[in-house]
Write a protein that binds this ligand. Sequence first.
Ligand SMILES: Cc1cc2nc3c(=O)[nH]c(=O)nc-3n(C[C@H](O)[C@H](O)[C@H](O)COP(=O)(O)OP(=O)(O)OC[C@H]3O[C@@H](n4cnc5c(N)ncnc54)[C@H](O)[C@@H]3O)c2cc1C
Length: 351
Amino acid sequence: MVDYLIVGLGLAGISFCEVLETNEKSFKVITDSSQTSSVVAGGLYNPVTLKRFTLAWNANEQLDLAIPFYNALEKKLNIQLDYKIPILRRFSSINEQNLWFEASDKPNLSRFIAPKILPNDNPNIDAPNGYGEVLHTGRIDTSVLVSHYKRYLESQSLILQESFDFEALKLQDGYLEYRGLKVKKIVFATGFGIKTNPYFNYLPLNGTKGELLTIKAPALKEERVIKSSVFIIPLGDDLYRVGATYKWKDKSNTPTEECKQELLQKLDTFLKCNYEVIDHVAGIRPTVSDRKPLVGRHPEHKNMFLLNGLGSRGVMIAPMASKQLFNFIENNTALEPEMDLSRFTKKHFKN
Ligand SMILES: Cc1cc2nc3c(=O)[nH]c(=O)nc-3n(C[C@H](O)[C@H](O)[C@H](O)COP(=O)(O)OP(=O)(O)OC[C@H]3O[C@@H](n4cnc5c(N)ncnc54)[C@H](O)[C@@H]3O)c2cc1C
């Protein structure tokens, strides 16, 4: 009997595998490639919301867990994942500069907001009002993480690459059975794939499609992330990721010409050098109606759990949500009410 079966290997699934390994629990993973969010993500970790200059939900706690988490993975997998890069918020007006100074004065933000205006020193960027710098930011290479983690699990025969067949799941007394495999508990970490899950599709996970471009801009020579109407994220070798869009109707993972044009138009308002588009990707962010994660136990099936709803901040939230879910299951520690999926239990019994 295996302790856990995890369905889905994005940031959520990987984080939960790590907690299980640390705590010496046995597990197997089943995943397919139907969802791409963790593979295409910009990968930024940034504790400040750059529209309103406020602290992101639980940012201190999340960051303090996330950075050591990814650094430990770098050692374990022998790869680089964490690229510490400043994020510069381009100001569009003097008023925004003033709001930035006000924010830097707030005790909860002073750790993350530098109280000064950086003048623009890059001739290929138009930024007459300068920038504000967010501190303790960076980029996790999520695509490299997912591919290497898969290989790591393959090398131990812990992963099956296929779509989960809900018909094949048998709920037995005190355990679950899936195609001959007996497990004590199952954790679904399938991102927007939750829509095909008959046990949890009552939850209000809406999904927000995002598209990103990769451009090659040899003249740009920028090593910091620039945030204006879109992000420019340096990847090295004159490559930059540009994004992202937010769309609520289309639920496919297919890149569209419309979003490409939207991104290019925004980029051209402040990028002054030539560039070439060399890649274009899309994915669905697992966003929830109240913008908080969905973590916890199924209202009726006591050994069935969910780790989802990481929204547009999976890099920072996944390690914290996984730790809380594990402590909830194994140590009976209460989940933070804001992310406990029991806040939607009424919806389950209505269906
Ligand atoms: C364009 C874009 C940019 C983003 N940028 C950032 C960023 O800069 N910083 C940040 O923190 N976050 C960012 N995000 C959000 C981040 O990607 C998500 O929060 C996070 O990746 C979600 O991880 P997940 O594991 O919950 O879901 P997913 O990454 O979707 O992983 C779920 C996995 O489960 C698999 N699966 C689904 N259904 C089944 C099934 N029935 N059977 C088997 N397997 C199944 C899927 O194929 C997938 O492998 C971005 C997202 C997008 C789309």
